[in-house]
Design a protein around this ligand. Structure first.
Ligand SMILES: Nc1ncnc2c1ncn2[C@@H]1O[C@H](COP(=O)(O)OP(=O)(O)O)[C@@H](O)[C@H]1O
Ligand SMILES: [Mg+2]
Length: 234
């Protein structure tokens, strides 16, 4: 199998000494949709923050053949689109247009291409026609969709989303689920929302206390209720 993401023996301890990731090895191929599940504190967010070099542990991460190291961060950050759990960490511009255009402009793309990308990214998340809205006045569900558009506009090789459905009401959750189902990109979704996992993600990786304790087809992992209980997932 060709690999888009290869993680080899990644361990990470926070500055206070807390060991959050322990010898993680993981391969993800192009087009895969992978759920990264685990109870609170399992290490999901910490792992995502390594994918584009925000945190750097020991071990090795390669994205599309490029090592995630400080000298490659420019290309890594356009290859891995990270969608933070809190959209207020992602959206900071006075208009939706400017937020979604930020990445493509930063990449140095010509204005016309930036406009095309903004329009296409907003359409992919069902937010076309909202480019003049003020991000910080939108609902949480809308902000989450715009956050996804900000990374889609960079045409990343893969998207990594942290708890995309956390705190959403039922309607926003359904809408977000549909958007994720329709994306053609490779996606890794950190979540403890098992219904999102079963509806969208065909492969599941289970983290517990910083270690991978299972990796396989979602259907078989979610059908083992004793295993789910043992790892605090139900
Ligand atoms: N900035 C930090 N300093 C020290 N420990 C942290 C920090 N952020 C997270 N942790 C700890 O690392 C572990 C993994 O956290 P996290 O990756 O946020 O888990 P998850 O996203 O699965 O809930 C937890 O025990 C958490 O308390
Ligand atoms: Mg988290």
């Amino acid at each position: 199998m060709s690999c888009l993401l290869t993680i080899t023996d990644l361990s990470y301890a926070y500055p206070d000494g807390h060991s959050a990731l322990k010898e993680i090895s993981l391969h993800i191929g192009p087009g895969e949709k992978v759920g990264l599940v685990g109870s609170n504190g399992a290490g999901k967010s910490t792992l995502l923050l390594h994918l584009n070099g925000i945190l750097q542990g020991s071990g090795e991460i390669e994205v599309d053949g490029n090592l995630v190291v400080p000298e490659n961060l420019g290309s890594i950050r356009s290859a891995v689109g990270l969608v933070f759990q809190d959209p207020d960490d992602q959206l900071f511009s006075p208009t939706v247009f400017e937020d979604v255009a930020f990445g493509p402009l930063y990449m140095g793309l010509p204005e016309e291409e930036v406009r095309r990308r903004v329009a296409a990214a907003l359409e992919s998340v069902g937010m076309e026609g909202r480019s003049r809205r003020v991000p910080h006045r939108m609902s949480l569900g809308e902000k989450k969709l715009v956050s996804i558009a900000t990374v889609l506009a960079m045409k990343p090789r893969m998207l990594a989303l942290d708890e995309p459905t956390a705190a959403l009401d039922a309607r926003s959750r359904r809408r977000l689920t549909r958007v994720l189902q329709q994306l053609e990109e490779t996606i890794v979704v950190a979540t403890h929302d098992l219904s999102l996992v079963s509806e969208v993600l065909e492969r599941t990786v289970v983290l517990d206390d910083g270690r991978i304790v299972a990796d396989g087809p979602t259907r078989s992992i979610l059908s083992d209720s004793q295993f789910l209980r043992d790892h605090g997932l139900v």
